[in-house]
Design a protein. Structure first.
Length: 115
């Protein structure tokens, strides 16, 4: 059983930055590809960034050059650095395995980009 706890969200103005964290506990695999998912209001949850166990990353086009995903395998932590935030980045952000979430979903962390 793996528990995922996301944190670091908040209200930020357009152009601002946030750093999200995901803490995994339980029987977590440090080699699993992990991803950050975003669920915008009224939309399906989508994968926006992923990172393999060896550190290779992939991003959806809309966040390329603005978001950076990283991980600390020793501490079972996954991060998402979000810069140059736009209103369309608003949503609840979740972490899980990628490209399919195999663990139970956490509560997520709300990111609101608004002036």
């Amino acid at each position: 059983q793996v528990q995922l706890v996301e944190s670091g969200g908040g209200l930020v103005q357009p152009g601002g930055s946030l750093r999200l964290s995901c803490a995994a506990s339980g029987t977590f695999s440090s080699i699993a590809t992990m991803g950050w998912y975003r669920q915008a209001p009224g939309r399906e949850r989508e994968l926006v960034a992923s990172i393999t166990g060896l550190g290779s990353t992939n991003y959806v086009y809309s966040v390329k050059g603005r978001f950076t995903v990283s991980r600390d395998n020793a501490k079972n932590l996954v991060y998402l650095q979000m810069n140059s935030l736009k209103p369309e980045d608003t949503g609840v952000y979740y972490c899980n395995t990628a490209p399919v979430g195999r663990y139970s979903w956490g509560q997520g962390t709300q990111v609101t980009v608004s002036s």
